[in-house]
Write a protein that binds this ligand. Structure first.
Ligand code: FUB
Length: 451
């Protein structure tokens, strides 16, 4: 009874919006991987895997998202950044991932099952911007059963890969192209990591390497988070203990990572608080990670307060038009240009010549909810007649007024359904437009019931 009451309180506070946990409430996310990239210490990035609403298991997972913030309250969901259909060698199980910045490029390091073989491989995808989308480069050679990869670049620039599944954990140094391990450096860490099940993650603090991981005490789910420490990245590691024990409303799994943001360590992990009892439909959580004087981690008690700001977190989906198929959208008979300046991302979509020429963008949503819908566009030569469809229904016939520079139009509140929503902007007729419409991005800002 007490357990049920506690869970109800947690869920109620999410519903009325006073909570900072779960941290993203627009979409179901799991296995969060937090990072601050060296060229921008003010921005915190979190890369996640994605649970379909109501899925309640992990077998149908297909893609990943990227989130960013500069204040821990207002977050941007950059949408889908990689999907099974963008990875030729894979057939299923887009499970946990990590990301890294290495020699001027951003990499997503993820696991999927190899087509025809059904075994996990560790894939590598690259982007020249942190928000993706990412382009698959293939899988890392030398890694078998490559579930739950984590990449750690040490202060001297050496890249290390950690991975683990089903009560095993391994690590190795990567070659410089990140596409293969150095076999002579391969280590089996399993025996050093008491209770390990999967999901290793390494962070460094005051010269000590902390390896955190989800583990199972004998024959007992759900997973708890444990850690071990070493003075070298490949160990040997000394087991320290549990630092996130069982908690109300957790999912069967736990998984996450640590980041230092503006001088404080933050632990990202996941729970089932948003799904309200569908225990395997998960959402990301965040709490500060603190240490005692000896450097031991002080256990975290998952809290509604989360990172402790007064306001609730709010997510805006910002979906770049030019991302197209790589982000789950589509570019039909239009092209990406960069001629007009001040666009966001890598360009904008233009050349809507014929009826039905269109751009569509994918918005993935946890529950039916309201969003404020904005479109950033330019139409330098004159006005442009276009239609906007949401999920194949005509949402608006619209004359985009002439605008020589990019500007945001606020279309007001829209309701999106649970799951995948496609927003499509297309030329509505044969009449030549006076202008040449350029679509930069759409935004969908979370609106809460009591606002
Ligand atoms: O999210 C799918 C799987 O669940 C991850 O790969 C595991 O670590 C567990 O969190």
């Amino acid at each position: 009874m007490k357990t049920k009451l506690l869970l109800l309180t947690a869920l109620l506070s999410v519903a009325i919006g006073v909570s900072q946990n779960p941290i993203f409430t627009n979409v179901f996310t799991a296995d969060p991987s937090p990072h601050v990239w060296p060229d921008d210490p003010n921005t915190l990035w979190v890369y996640t895997s994605h649970d379909e609403p109501g899925s309640n298991n992990h077998y149908g997972m297909t893609g990943y998202h990227a989130f960013s913030t500069t204040d821990l309250v207002n977050w941007t969901d950059h949408g889908r950044i990689l999907h099974l259909e963008n990875v030729e060698w894979a057939e299923s199980h887009a499970w946990a991932m990590d990301a890294t910045y290495y020699r001027g490029q951003y990499y997503l390091v993820y696991c999927m099952k190899e087509a025809g073989i059904g075994l996990f491989r560790t894939g590598i995808a690259r982007s020249d911007v942190p928000q993706g989308p990412f382009t698959d480069l293939g899988y890392v050679k030398g890694v078998e059963f490559g579930q739950d990869p984590a990449i750690f670049i040490d202060d001297d620039g050496t890249p290390y890969l950690y991975w683990g599944h089903d009560r095993q954990c391994y690590a190795a140094e990567l070659n410089e192209d990140l596409m293969s391990i150095k076999p002579e450096t391969y280590v089996d860490l399993t025996k050093q990591l008491t209770h390990v099940f999967e999901g290793p993650w390494v962070h460094k603090r005051n010269g000590t390497y902390y390896l955190t991981y989800p583990g199972l005490t004998p024959r007992r789910w759900p997973e708890k988070m444990f850690y071990a420490v070493a003075d070298k990245p490949l160990g040997p590691y000394t087991f320290k203990g549990v630092f996130i024990d069982d908690f109300e409303g957790q999912s069967g799994t736990n998984h996450g990572g640590v980041v230092n943001y503006k001088g404080k360590d933050i632990m990202f992990y996941h729970s089932a608080w948003l799904s309200g009892g569908l225990s395997e439909t998960r959402s990301s959580m965040a709490d500060y990670l603190e240490y005692d004087k000896a450097g031991n981690i002080i256990p975290i008690i998952p809290s509604k307060k989360g990172l402790g700001k007064a306001e609730r977190t709010r997510v805006t989906m910002k979906l770049e038009a030019e991302s197209g198929f790589a982000a789950g959208g589509n570019l039909y008979n239009v092209f990406v240009d960069t001629y007009l300046k001040d666009y966001s991302g890598k360009g904008y979509v233009t050349n809507f010549d014929n009826p039905y020429d269109h751009v569509s963008m994918l918005a993935q949503v946890a529950k039916p909810s309201k969003f404020r819908f904005k479109v950033r566009y330019a139409s330098p030569e004159g006005e442009s007649n276009h239609n906007i469809l949401i999920n194949s229904h005509l949402y608006r016939e619209f004359k985009f007024p002439q605008s020589k520079t990019f500007t945001e139009i606020d279309f007001g509140i829209v309701e999106l359904k649970e799951g995948d929503n496609l927003v499509r902007i297309f030329k509505s007729d044969w009449k030549p437009s006076k202008g040449e419409l350029a679509i930069d991005y759409i935004k969908l800002e979370q609106v809460f019931e009591n606002e």
